[in-house]
Design a protein around this ligand. Sequence first.
Ligand SMILES: N[C@@H](CCC(=O)N[C@@H](CS)C(=O)NCC(=O)O)C(=O)O
Length: 217
Amino acid sequence: MNHLIIGNKNYSSWSLRPWLLLKEKKIPFEETKVPLYVEGSEEAILEHSPSGKVPAFVREGITVWDSLAICEYISELYPEKLCWPEDIESRALARSVSHEMHSGFFAIRNDLHMNCRKKMVFTKITSDLKTDIERICEIWKQCREQHADAGDYLFGSFSIADAMYAPIVLRFNSYGTSVGETERAYMDTILSNPSVKEWIAEGIEEKEFIEECEVVE
Ligand SMILES: N[C@@H](CCC(=O)N[C@@H](CS)C(=O)NCC(=O)O)C(=O)O
């Protein structure tokens, strides 16, 4: 059985990625939620994940950790689900934008917290944050313009690239980040996705509060 270990749905943007991929590709899995940054969370995470971080994915005695590595493993386990785009050029671009997301955008990570429960305000936009936001808009626009005829996701059908960028959509939505028309339409696609709605609804119901992620500006 597939077992995904995640953090709080309200805050854990990394956990949302493989969870959303499994849901969207209709792959059955069991989930265990470990509340983050409370007494005992460190030990609880280490019981499942050698990195001490969530998400982690366990199947038949094999543990895989790190959100993108988990998505890649799921893609290899279920090739028929087409977790990456089918044609080689689109797949290469999908991997580029996914890895760019995974290895960068530090200003967004530091300054725009994911918090499904709340509308946030940002009063000071640093030049690094502006650069990150502009680059994300550029990526979404490029992918959407190239695949406009194939469906509403970055590469037409839902792929790992969408799983990687969905947490950014939630952050931009919380902060009311202004984006262009094409990027707004993509955000609406993600925000109206039933699995994303399910994640948000469950996040809103959670009772844990991580103070650092509750600062509104
Ligand atoms: N690069 C990792 C990052 C995972 C990560 O930082 N997870 C956070 C939660 S969103 C975590 O487990 N924090 C717990 C801690 O650092 O103690 C991934 O993609 O999975």
